[in-house]
Design a protein around this ligand. Sequence first.
Ligand SMILES: Nc1nc2c(c(=O)[nH]1)N[C@H]1C(S)=C(S)[C@@H](COP(=O)(O)O)O[C@H]1N2
Ligand SMILES: [Mo]
Length: 560
Amino acid sequence: MAWVALGVSQLVAGIGRPQGSPVAAVGSAAIDNTPPAVKNFAISAFGSHDKTALIIGILVVLAVFSAAIGIAAMRNLRNGYIGLAIFAVIGLAAALTRPNAALVDVLPTLIGALVGAYALRLLVRAAGGQARRGAVPPGTGQVAAPRTARTRGATPPPDFTVPTDPALAGSPDPAPPTAGQAAEQPRPVSRARSGPPTTDDQRPAPWQPGRRSFLTAGVVALAAGGVGTLGGRTLSERSSVSTALANIRFPKAAHPVPPLPSGVDLGIKGLSSFMTPNSSFYRVDTALLVPQVAPQSWQLRIHGMVEREITINFHELLKRPLIEDYITLCCVSNPVAGPYIGNAKWLGASLASLLREARPRAGAEQLLCTSVDGFTSGTPLATVLDGRDALLAVAMNGAPLPVAHGFPARMVTPGLYGYVSATKWVTDIKVTTFRGELAYWAQRGWSQQGPIKTESRIDVPGGPVSAGRTQVAGVAWAQHKGIDAVHVRVDHGPWQQARLAAVPGIDTWRQWVWDWDAARGTHLIEARATDATGYTQTPVQQPPEPNGASGYPSVSVSVS
Ligand SMILES: Nc1nc2c(c(=O)[nH]1)N[C@H]1C(S)=C(S)[C@@H](COP(=O)(O)O)O[C@H]1N2
Ligand SMILES: [Mo]
C-alpha cells in the first residue's frame, strides 16, 4: 500500500516537479534540519553516498510504519486511513516548506495518498480484513461493519503463511520492526488467531479466494509501485537541461590561461593528478535532487546594499568578458588528508566587475549567495573585490558545468572553502553585512569566515613497500597564497625538504615528492606545507568544525 502510494507520488512528481516528491521533500527537510553533528557524521561515514543512505533510511522507516498501518487496517480500515493520512501530512508539510516550494508540489503526495488508500482498501479486503467481502453482511456499510476481523479469524487456514500484513508484503524493504516496536504492536490478528486446524469444517474455506486475491492484489500493488517509482525517476531525469547542456557553446575567453607548464604532474603512480577530471571531482551539497536549471530560465539578481540593482540572464552573462583560471576547490568538511578537494580549470565572468556595476554601499561586508534550492553561502565582499579570480563559473575543465556542479552557473572563489564561496545553481546575491544575515552553515554553527587552511596530504606510498629507495609524494595547498615548501619527516626525525612540482599560479594545489631510503620496519611519515606568506601549517589537530581541519597528515608504512 505504501509502495503504491510512493510509486504513484514519484510518478506524479516525475511528470511535474521532482522536488514535490514526498521522499525527496522529506529527505531534503531532514537534511536541513539534521543536527550538524549528525550531518558531519553522515558525510564522513558515507561520503558521497550520504544521500543514498538517507533515502534508504527513509524507505526503511516508511516500511516499518506502513507495516503498522497495515496491521491497524486489518482490525479497522479507518485506522489504516488515519495512518495513511499522517504519512500524507508529513509528506505535504515537507514538500511545502522547501525553499522553492510551489503549490503544485502537494499533488504527488495527495494523489499518491488517495491511490494508496484505494490500494489499502483492496488489500485489506483481499486479505480478509475488516472490509472483506463475504464477512460483511450484505447491505451493511463496509466501513461500519464491526469486529469483522474476529469473524474472519474464526476460520484460520492451517497453512496460512502469507504475511498477515499487506503493507509488509508490498513494501520495498520489508524490514522487521525493531524489538521495541514489535513489543508495542498488537500481534497480527490472523496470526494471533491461527492455531491448530479448527473443527469448523462445515464452513466453506473462505480463506482460499481471499488468499488468492490478496496475493494477486499484492503483486499488482507491488508492480504498480515499482512502475511508478521507476517511471517517475526516468521522467525526472529527462529534462530540457540535458539538451541545453549538449548544445551549449561558450565564447572564447577574453582572459585565457596559458597552457599548463610542463612538470605540474610528477608522474608518480598513486599520486593525485594535478587536474581532477569532472567525473571524479568531489561533490558536496545539501541537494538531494540535483537542481535542474535550464539556462533560458536562469537569472541572477544582485541587490541589497547596492546603489543599482542588477539582474542578469545567462545570455548576458556569456557576453561579459570571460576569465579562465586554474583553481583548487576545497571543502571545509575535508578531514586532514581527506578527499574533498579537487583542481579544475574554470571559465566564468568576473564577479567583482559585476558587483562594481551594482556599486556596493559603504558598510557592505557580505554577499549572501542563494542557490535555486535555497542553500546560501556568505562570501566576504572584500575578498571578492581584492583582485583574485572570483568567478561566476559556467564551464569546468573545458566542458559546461556538470549539473551536479552547479549548471548553468556557480561561484568559485580562490582561497575560500566552498561553503562560504562556491554556491552552485546561484541565482541571487544579496549584498549585506555579516551581522545582518547568517548563511546556511553559519546558522548551523560553522564559522562565517572560511579561508582555506594551508595543508598537505601524503598520497604515496599507499601501502607496504620494500626496503631501499622509495618515493614519498603528495599534494599541498594554500589557495591564493601559493605553496613555497613541503617538508617530510620519518619517525619524528629531522624535517627533510621535498621537491615541488610546477604550478600555473597560486590558486592551485601543488604536487611534491621526497626520496626516502626506507629501512625495514614500520615507520611513521608526516608532512607539512609552508605557504608563500611564510606560514607553516600547524601541527595542532583540529576537526573540520567550525572552520576547517588542521594538523600534519601522516601515514604508517611497513617496509620489508
Ligand atoms: N547550492 C549549493 N551550492 C553549494 C553547496 C550546497 O550545498 N548547495 N555546498 C558548497 C560546498 S560545502 C562545497 S565544498 C562546494 C563543493 O562543490 P562541488 O560539489 O562542485 O565540488 O559547493 C558549495 N556550493
Ligand atoms: Mo564544503
